[in-house]
Design a protein around this ligand. Structure first.
Ligand code: PMP
Length: 308
């Protein structure tokens, strides 16, 4: 990865190489931590962080779900991210921000009430998560053997570190089988989400995406629904089965890092033309217009870091 100059850690900016923890950090052992993934894009007016407040709010809510008391307000964390982007003096088009909170050093054993809480934000330059070629031609998806854990045993709505064991096993299986990314079903056999992105399909002009019952409430998914409806498309949120995916006209993933990634193949079946579909291309370019500040209508979602 590309190192940057500073990381914000517990209220201070520290040099990238000095942002360290003890090996007995509680979260390393038991996995209770929360993360966000937020992006800043280089616009004509300098860097703009996309839907900053929504991401920071979700971090705080994930922490509440997992009983981590982050000692900073949403406003304080927003400011930390704005200043971090400024201070790092990035030059590229794409900056990824990773605000997170975890349980630190000092307490062992599962009961974590007295474990110290650490909060940090890192940011670095990071391009297309699923590859530039994937953005143009579409990626190959495998419905993997892992399912998204049921709500009775996990909290999929929390962007919790622990949930990414499931994601990692899924992703590894997909790549090991020669695919690019994993699609996970829920415990009932309906599409839940990809390892780090939400799923959309298009059939007969209708855009369909599952409810986030067992999945993260994706901010990009919400954005795409709003934007597609504004463009006049019918968007339906309902459960989707595996067979429906195989015969979709088009399909794509959405996520802060994945942005709008077209899907070319699922489990050896070509989706539609087996490349980026027509509506997917429209959604993709409209999304980039929004995040790069080229569409005034959605400007309220952008935080221009140099203008505050
Ligand atoms: N699901 C999972 C498991 C994720 O990690 C992500 C990425 N944050 C998403 C969905 C997409 O969410 P968002 O659009 O808010 O980035």
């Amino acid at each position: 990865m590309d190192a940057a100059k500073y990381i914000w850690m517990n209220g201070k900016f520290v040099a990238w190489d000095d942002a360290k923890v003890h090996v007995l950090t509680h979260t390393i052992h038991y996995g209770n931590g929360v993360i966000e993934g937020t992006k800043a894009y280089k616009t004509d007016r300098g860097y703009a962080i996309f839907r900053l407040n929504d991401h920071t709010k979700r971090l705080k809510e994930s922490a509440k779900m997992t009983l981590i008391n982050i000692p900073y307000t949403v406003e304080e964390l927003n400011l930390a991210q704005i200043e971090l982007v400024r201070k790092n003096e990035f030059t590229g088009d794409n900056v990824y921000l990773r605000p997170f909170s975890f349980l630190g050093y000092g307490v062992m054993g599962l009961y974590h009430k007295d474990a110290p809480v650490e909060t940090a934000v890192a940011a670095w330059e990071w391009g297309a998560y699923l590859g530039e070629e994937g953005m143009r031609k579409g990626i190959r998806l495998k419905i993997v053997s892992m399912t998204r854990p049921a709500n009775t045993s996990n909290m999929g709505k929390a962007k919790a570190t622990a949930n990414y064991l499931n994601s990692q096993m899924a992703k590894y299986e997909a790549i090991d089988c020669g695919y690019d990314e994993a699609l996970l079903l829920d415990d009932q056999g309906y599409v839940a989400e990809a390892s780090g992105a939400a799923f959309f399909m298009i059939k007969d002009g209708e855009i369909i995406t599952p409810p986030s019952d067992n999945a993260l409430a994706s901010i990009t998914q919400k954005m795409v629904i709003e934007m597609a409806e504004d463009m006049g498309y019918t968007v339906t949120r309902r459960r989707i089965t595996r067979e429906e995916v195989y015969v979709a006209d088009e399909a794509f993933l959405t996520g802060t890092a994945a942005e709008i990634t077209p899907i070319a193949v699922v489990d050896a079946r070509e989706i539609g033309i087996g490349s980026r579909g027509e509506i997917t291309a429209i959604i993709q370019s409209s999304y980039f217009d929004i995040v790069f500040g080229r569409n005034k209508k959605y400007e309220h979602y952008l935080t221009y870091v140099d203008e505050l």
